[in-house]
Design a protein around this ligand. Sequence first.
Ligand code: SF4
Length: 264
Amino acid sequence: MNEGIIFDIKRYAINDGPGIRTTVFLKGCPLNCWWCHNPEGIKPNIEKLDINKKINSKINEKEIIGYKINVKDLTNELLKDYIFYKESGGGVTFSGGEPLIQIDFLHSILIECKKNNIKTAIDTCGYSTIIKIDKIYDYVDLFLYDIKFIDEKQHLKYTGKSNEKILSNLKYLTDKGKKTQIRIPLIPNITDTSENLFSIKQFIDNLRNISEICFLPYNKLAEYKLTKFNKNSKIKKLSTQSQKELNKIKDYFKTEKYKVKIGG
Ligand code: SF4
């Protein structure tokens, strides 16, 4: 597929994988997390969204979210920062939404990255198929793989989908030998409970090829963006974890098997 739909390109990113990176946000996500900080990326199509310009006085305007881009133009965009990737050990990260949703476009752009000697990472929620993972496997240097819950009922409640495929795909990927960084969003009293972190640790400790665990502290931007895009938010005024709480979580996960850090 020569053309895809993206909604943003972020340059000089330092939290989306190693080094300095360019992050490309593809539209479409099969999940609908209560705390989504990219709600404009959930629908796969180009949208005309109501933007709440003055959040308190409800002045709305329409804004077009998403645009089509072809592989050649996107490759040229990505090559503009090639020197930064080379100097810093960085590269390009494909995120979203969920990048595997646009698998044919993703496959084509990954091939171009490899032709141009650009390191690649995929930031995925893991809700996909083995066929799609196999299709891009050889062109991806690093997977950034989200785990939110081990308990299926909780996953279903807070994301709208079961986590069965997510966990089995992660096992498949890591058994196959791909270097994988696990990313755990810490949503206060939802994913950061001791029961949930205990079961995530147990699951991860039985996997191979995990390079790093990254804990992503709650990002208040989610509430702002959900209001901005006039989406109903089920979360209200959550507070980010304190440094002491974050350190406690980090210490709990500390092991020789993988690195643990706070942040992406
Ligand atoms: S997986 Fe990520 S992009 Fe998709 S709904 Fe959840 S937070 Fe949003």
